[in-house]
Design a binder for this molecule. Structure first.
Ligand SMILES: NC(=O)c1ccc[n+]([C@@H]2O[C@H](COP(=O)([O-])OP(=O)(O)OC[C@H]3O[C@@H](n4cnc5c(N)ncnc54)[C@H](OP(=O)(O)O)[C@@H]3O)[C@@H](O)[C@H]2O)c1
Length: 315
């Protein structure tokens, strides 16, 4: 039987990379990965080629390149890159390009890596958190959630995949514990005593692979994944165990987090507030047993830390 091709956007990145590696690690699974990248000569692209993935040049801002890259594919994994440009409008336009290309190429199953449109629960008139850029509460969520409608409007057979906070943010995104003036480590989050669903980024791609393996079961549905739901105190306790040094939990109000001043601090402050204010719904949409059924290798935070603790910068 010829293998079914899965075209993977963001293949050299966190989510897409995990999917390419999951597909190529399962040669008997009936799928093969087509890795999309803007630069087929990069070290990351070459590493995917060495795994046996087909590596093709494509840019989500170039519809014709997406059409070529999706041609003949059974499935496509679609993701956007908010933190490269901070623009929900650009994400929506890119989602439209990917949906159109998938439709034109006759792709049978798209997974759209999405997040909630928080405005459905917190309308712009709700004063609990500031409205940002005039029309968003959590820009990097709202644009993705709004773009769900594009896949529906174009009639693309789509599974809507709600992802979770990457624990890898502790390594790459400045979210790790920091030393205070007293020299002691503290993990700062505006989550109070509420639980934050988190996941090892590599597990997102593995879960997406589980979705493709289950055929059309989730097409038209929204599903969510997480590796564990942990309070800030629980995360600090796991970090303490892993690092062998005390890590305190520094719970700050969302307004304080918004005021930290780094790019996107207001967006992230609103995001954490949303997760805390709607803890039951947000966590409920990211069931752990379901996630594990898609990906039996799903890591806990402790397992993630056991492998990655040395990579966390302790500034
Ligand atoms: N951090 C979190 O906790 C978290 C949680 C949930 C969701 N998210 C969302 O995840 C998304 C990012 O996904 P990720 O973390 O997998 O990305 P990533 O690791 O930053 O990787 C992005 C990859 O996509 C490629 N890329 C960038 N711009 C492109 C373009 N115009 N056309 C084609 N490819 C392009 C780049 O590859 P080349 O250079 O090889 O082209 C890059 O390697 C964001 O929208 C973010 O909001 C993040």
């Amino acid at each position: 039987m010829p293998k079914q091709v899965i075209a993977v956007v963001g293949a050299t990145g966190a989510q897409g990379g995990g999917l390419v590696r999951a597909i190529q690690a399962d040669p008997a699974g009936g799928f093969s990965a087509r890795a999309l990248t803007r630069n087929v000569d990069s070290d990351k692209a070459k590493a995917l080629a060495r795994l046996g993935a087909e590596v093709v040049k494509a840019d989500v801002d170039d519809l014709a390149s997406l059409r070529r890259a999706f041609e003949g594919a059974h499935g496509a994994f679609c993701v956007t890159f908010f933190w490269d440009h901070y623009s929900p409008e650009k994400e929506i336009a890119e989602a439209r390009a990917m949906a159109q290309a998938a439709k034109d190429a006759g792709v049978k199953h798209v997974i759209w890596s999405t997040l909630e449109d928080t405005r459905k629960r917190v309308p712009l008139s709700d004063p609990r958190m500031p409205t940002l850029h005039g029309k968003y509460k959590v820009p990097h969520y709202d644009g993705k959630g709004e773009a769900d409608g594009v896949f529906r409007e174009l009639g693309v057979p789509t599974t809507f995949l709600l992802t979770s906070f990457y624990w890898d943010n502790l390594i790459y995104f400045g979210s790790g514990p920091k030393r205070g003036p007293d020299g002691k480590l503290a993990l700062t989050l505006p989550m109070g005593d509420k639980k934050l669903p988190g996941i090892a980024a590599e597990d997102i791609g593995r879960c997406a692979y589980g979705v493709f393996k289950r055929g059309s079961e989730f097409v038209g549905k929204t599903i969510g994944i997480a590796g564990e739901h942990l309070t800030g105190a629980q995360m600090a306790a796991e970090l303490t165990r892993a690092l062998g040094e005390p890590v305190a939990y520094n719970a700050v109000p969302p307004a304080v987090y918004r005021s930290f001043g780094f790019p996107g601090a207001d967006d992230l402050g609103n995001m954490f507030q949303y997760k805390a204010d709607f803890e039951a719904e947000y966590g409920g949409a990211r069931d752990l047993a379901f996630s594990r059924s898609l990906n039996p290798q799903l890591q806990t935070f402790a397992q993630f830390l056991a492998v990655n603790k040395e990579r966390i910068p302790l500034g």
